[in-house]
Design a protein around this ligand. Structure first.
Ligand SMILES: NC(=O)c1ccc[n+]([C@@H]2O[C@H](COP(=O)([O-])OP(=O)(O)OC[C@H]3O[C@@H](n4cnc5c(N)ncnc54)[C@H](OP(=O)(O)O)[C@@H]3O)[C@@H](O)[C@H]2O)c1
Length: 268
C-alpha cells in the first residue's frame, strides 16, 4: 500500500497536524502511517481518521516520503537511533520538536535526509495554530510549499530564519499560556466587580477572540484602534490610563525574554 505521509509519534500535536492534512481535497487516510507505541491510542486514531498505524517507527521511515517528527524532544535520540539507517534523500522530515536545531536534527537523522523545522503552537488543535517554518539548506522550495499547505489547514504559517526560533518559541509557542493568563486576569477582574465566574470568563474570552478577529479582518493599526475605542473622557480611556502608567509592557517584554532565553538554553 502506498504511504505518502508519516508520523513519528502520534500525540496531541501530531493529531492536530493530521486533522489539518485531512482537510486537503486529495487526502487519502489509507496513505497515512503513524508510529504509535500505545495500542489504545493507535486504535483511537485509526478509528477517528481511518489512518494506518504501527508500533514501530522504522515502518514509517521505510514507507513514507514526508514524515512529521512529533515525539517529545527527550525521545529524539532513541527514535533517531532506530530510524537513521532507513532515511534517504528521498525522505522529507518535518520536525516540530521544540528546541531541536536543524544542525542537531541533521546529526541525529543523517546528512542525506531533507529537513524542515517547524515551531507550532497548541492552537493547532483548534485549527487556529501559528507555525513558523525554517527549511534546511537541502530542502527544496517545493518541500516548504508542501509543509505550508498542510499546516495552513490548521491556522497560519510564516517562513523565518532559524535565528528567530527562540523568539518564535517565546511569542507564539509559549504564547497561548501568556494569553490565557491575560484572560484569567480579565476574568478575575470581572469577578472582583461582581460578575458570576462563568459569565466573567465568557466575557473575557469572547472579547479576546472577537478583538483578534476584528483586528485580522480590518488590518487596523493597533495604536489607531486603541485610540478609536478609547474616546477622551470615556470608560476605555479611564482604563487605558491605568495600563499606560503601569509596567505592563515591560512585564510582557520580560516574560518573552525569559521564555526566549530558556529556549536558547534548552537548545544547547
Ligand atoms: N504541546 C505544545 O504546545 C507544543 C508546542 C510546540 C512544539 N511542540 C512539540 O511537539 C512535539 C510533540 O508534542 P506533543 O505535545 O504532541 O507530545 P505528546 O502528546 O507526548 O506526543 C508524543 C508522542 O510520541 C510518542 N513517541 C515517543 N517516541 C516514540 C517512538 N520512538 N515511536 C513512536 N512513538 C513515539 C509518545 O508515546 P509515549 O507517550 O508512549 O512515549 C507520544 O504519544 C514535541 O517535540 C514538542 O516539543 C509541542
Amino acid at each position: 500500500m502506498k504511504t505518502t505521509l508519516g508520523f513519528f509519534g502520534a500525540g496531541k500535536m501530531a493529531e492536530g497536524i493530521l486533522a489539518a492534512a485531512a482537510l486537503q481535497k486529495d487526502f487519502d487516510p489509507q496513505a497515512v502511517l503513524m508510529a504509535e507505541k500505545v495500542p489504545a491510542r493507535a486504535k483511537e486514531l485509526a478509528k477517528k481518521y481511518g489512518v494506518r498505524t504501527t508500533p514501530d517507527a522504522k515502518d514509517v521511515a521505510k514507507a513514507a516520503r514526508v514524515i512529521f517528527l512529533a515525539v517529545r524532544p527527550q525521545d529524539l535520540a532513541a527514535l533517531a537511533a532506530d530510524v537513521k539507517p532507513l532515511l534517504t534523500k528521498k525522505t522529507l522530515v518535518v520536525s516540530i520538536a521544540a528546541g531541536k536545531s536543524l544542525a542537531t536534527l541533521k546529526k541525529a537523522l543523517g546528512r542525506e535526509v531533507r529537513l524542515v523545522r517547524v515551531m507550532p503552537n497548541l492552537a493547532l488543535r483548534a485549527k487556529e495554530g501559528m507555525c513558523a517554518i525554517c527549511p534546511a539548506a537541502n530542502a527544496t522550495k517545493a518541500d516548504v510549499a508542501r509543509v505550508a499547505k498542510i499546516l495552513n489547514g490548521a491556522g497560519r504559517t510564516v517562513v523565518l530564519p532559524e535565528r528567530n526560533f527562540d523568539a518564535v518559541t517565546a511569542l507564539s509557542g509559549s504564547g497561548p499560556a501568556f494569553f490565557a493568563f491575560m484572560e484569567q486576569a480579565m476574568a478575575e477582574g470581572g469577578r472582583a466587580l461582581g460578575l458570576p465566574p462563568d459569565a466573567a470568563r465568557l466575557l473575557a474570552e469572547q472579547t479576546m477572540l472577537g478583538t483578534a478577529a476584528y483586528l485580522r479582518q480590518s488590518g487596523a493599526d493597533l495604536e489607531t484602534f486603541i485610540s478609536g475605542v478609547a474616546t477622551p473622557g470615556g470608560t476605555t480611556a479611564a482604563g487605558m490610563d491605568v495600563m499606560r502608567a503601569s509596567d505592563f509592557k515591560k512585564v510582557v517584554a520580560a516574560t518573552l525574554k525569559a521564555a526566549s532565553d530558556r529556549s536558547a538554553e534548552l537548545g544547547k
